[in-house]
Design a binder for this molecule. Structure first.
Ligand SMILES: Cc1cc2nc3c(=O)[nH]c(=O)nc-3n(C[C@H](O)[C@H](O)[C@H](O)COP(=O)(O)OP(=O)(O)OC[C@H]3O[C@@H](n4cnc5c(N)ncnc54)[C@H](O)[C@@H]3O)c2cc1C
Length: 596
């Protein structure tokens, strides 16, 4: 079963849930009109469906290979990358002065979802390039921008993000890679990085590594980390490629999924030090790296949506074909399993979760655009806080959704799902990493509770909750029978979120460990309430369309109802689990100690 990019669903979510159409009408994107944005997203979807989706299985089966430090990508990847770059896709959000399209992040989010859904193993390479472009636009010197940006934006060269070291994963304060100042004004890097996605490959002429390292006189911890750019091939003053830099790929990892994406051990400075250039200021590298990480976190959240969508498409097609048992609908012989209520439960859960997570990601993308382009400083600041608040939710909620939906997709296939041939297992294997990289989901939850809830004295979270309440109020006011008990159930979820928020804000000062023990449940609760609100908004818009004679979207009302009545009902339980952590950690710890 091949993947079809869900262009119409993504556009609906952007326009009717996330306010993209309103932002365009308000002139936030200069002379960009909705037709043009839709046409670009449509073309990206076409490329995903036609050029990338057929590579997914090949990429999984062949995988990337590494022989003597030379990495070869699976059959078809080089050609697909060349076509992707030639179409200009590397520069969707990049500034026109560097050759980019200068389009909103909302458009990039749509593209990223579809490319990841088509082939997550392929799309990881562009994802990191996009982050590198953002970091250089924000922090690169004029000289670095002149040499590297236009080649990244054209896709001739690709980018990487080198943070992780064996002793430094979630905790970047332990980074040891060493940077020495060199007489020529550049720096020399020595050290080892692990797990570097597309650290070496054969799809582009040069690879631009962004590397976190520490100067000899740097203060300890994260305040002593600097960001450097180290190209695979040094670049001559005329822009042509010079000799190889002193960096290499030692090996690539054998891993559960995303086999096409080479995950590299990178060695810097075998022969005295890799030549590197400072990005931003010395010891301020994390600020620059965060530009990359924030863009990458949303993109990874979208991987969850993407794989979920692909798993859903495949499971639905299978459930329509496979016949077992007899459903209450009767008919001759065995019924297609899609007629059984429990299979419908799985498929509807998949669909509702995917669309809820897509809504959360689209909200985040449009907030990124508002934070950069809203006319007043107050609006930009409020949007910036919304981005900060929603990014960990977009990342962790959506990737947990991807994992759960891929698992449900496998379940729909029964035993055949467990057999590699059907492809359902690949989606589960691919989806799993997204909850780990770009900040493990547990760490995202801690970020949400410790750093994002206190934003503006709690005003950012309060604004988000007020927005959900307004949607619940509208559901209640409209009284459309199709929504069933959505207003009540969603209202209860928002109540639970509000109480849990107040509890955690108090607990942060009084009993930090208890607050942190509830962080993951809180992030899930936030995702459920916000995702439910997104679907309700989509349903309300469908009702408006129906009133204007367009009945094609009415299914969204039923989906919003399903989410509110069947999934958001977990919210009060999550709230109880968050609040009942207080003072209970000690016995938990002793239970772990008893486990040999
Ligand atoms: C396929 C793949 C691709 C990757 N690509 C890249 C890349 O391109 N560039 C790059 O730099 N890195 C990359 N990574 C690394 C990835 O970002 C890290 O694996 C991730 O950040 C987690 O770090 P860790 O593996 O060291 O786990 P650890 O930090 O050891 O964490 C282990 C567990 O402990 C939890 N934990 C850790 N600290 C805390 C805490 N303070 N409080 C509560 N819980 C905590 C985590 O949530 C996790 O569940 C990649 C990894 C993989 C597997």
């Amino acid at each position: 079963m091949t993947y079809r990019a869900p262009v119409a669903d993504i556009l609906y979510s952007l326009e009717h849930v996330a306010g993209f159409a309103v932002a365009i009408d308000a002139g936030r994107f200069g002379d960009l009109d909705l037709d043009t944005a839709e046409a670009v997203i449509g073309e990206a979807g076409k490329f995903a469906t036609e050029a990338l989706a057929p590579l997914d299985v090949v990429g999984d089966r062949e995988g990337a290979r590494c022989v003597n430090g030379v990495v070869t990508t699976p059959t078809g990847f080089r050609d697909a990358y060349r076509r992707w770059a030639e179409a200009g896709w590397a520069g969707v959000t990049a500034k026109p002065e560097y050759g980019g399209m200068g389009l909103p992040h909302a458009v990039a989010a749509a593209c990223n979802e579809m490319w990841s859904g088509a082939s997550m193993g392929f799309a990881l390479c562009p994802l990191l390039g996009e982050g590198a472009i953002g970091a250089l636009e924000a922090y690169g010197s004029d000289a670095l921008r002149a040499t590297y940006l236009s080649r990244l934006v054209s896709g001739e060269w690709t980018g990487t993000m080198n943070l992780t070291e064996p002793q430094s994963g979630s905790d970047l304060s332990a980074v040891k890679t060493r940077a020495e100042r060199a007489p020529d004004g550049a720096y020399r890097l020595t050290g080892q990085k692990i797990f570097i996605t597309y650290g070496e490959h054969d799809m582009a002429d040069n690879i631009v590594h962004l590397v976190l390292a520490r100067l000899p006189d740097a203060p300890p911890g994260t305040r002593g980390i600097s960001l450097f750019l180290a190209p695979k091939f040094l670049v001559k003053p005329d822009g042509s490629l010079g000799p190889r830099n002193d960096l290499r790929c030692a090996s690539i990892e054998h891993k559960l999924g995303i086999h096409a994406s080479p995950t590299c051990v990178m060695i810097y400075g075998d022969a005295g030090g890799a030549t590197a250039y400072l990005v931003g200021e010395e010891n301020r590298g994390l600020a620059a790296m965060f530009v990359m990480m924030n863009s990458a976190r949303l993109a990874v959240g979208l991987q969850g949506v993407a794989i979920g969508e692909r798993a859903l498409q495949q499971a639905l097609a299978y459930a329509r074909e496979r016949r077992q048992g007899r459903s209450s609908r009767g008919g001759a012989g065995m019924s297609p399993i899609v007629e059984h209520p429990d299979v419908q439960r799985m498929l509807l859960t998949m669909k509702a979760l995917v669309q809820a997570a897509r809504g959360v990601c689209c909200l985040t993308a449009v907030a990124i655009d508002r934070s950069a382009r809203a006319p007043s400083p107050e609006e930009r600041a409020a949007a910036g806080e919304r981005v900060a608040l929603l990014t960990p939710i977009a990342k962790a909620f959506s990737t947990d959704v991807g994992d759960r939906v891929a698992s449900l997709g496998l379940q729909v296939h029964g035993g055949m799902g467990y057999i590699e041939e059907t492809g359902a297992a690949q989606h589960l294997r691919d989806a799993r990493i997204a909850a780990i990289y770009e900040g493990a989901n547990g760490v995202q939850a801690i970020d949400l509770v410790r750093r994002k809830l206190p934003l503006s004295g709690g005003a950012a979270a309060a604004r988000e909750i007020a927005g959900m309440r307004a949607i619940v109020a509208e559901l209640a006011e409209r009284g459309e029978a199709g929504f069933g008990a959505s207003a009540e159930r969603l209202g209860e979820a928002v109540d639970a979120l509000e109480r849990a928020t107040a509890y955690l804000r108090d607990a942060l000062g009084a009993d930090l460990d208890s607050a942190l023990a509830g962080a993951s449940a809180y992030l899930k609760l936030f995702g459920l309430a916000l995702g439910g609100a997104c679907l309700a908004k989509a349903g309300l818009a469908a009702q408006d369309l129906a009133a204007r004679g367009d009945d094609t979207q009415r299914g969204r009302i039923a989906l919003a109802r399903f989410f509110a009545e069947k999934l958001a009902t977990a919210a009060p339980g999550l709230e109880r689990s968050i609040r009942s952590g207080a003072g209970a950690l000690e016995p938990y710890e002793s239970m772990l100690a008893e486990t040999a």
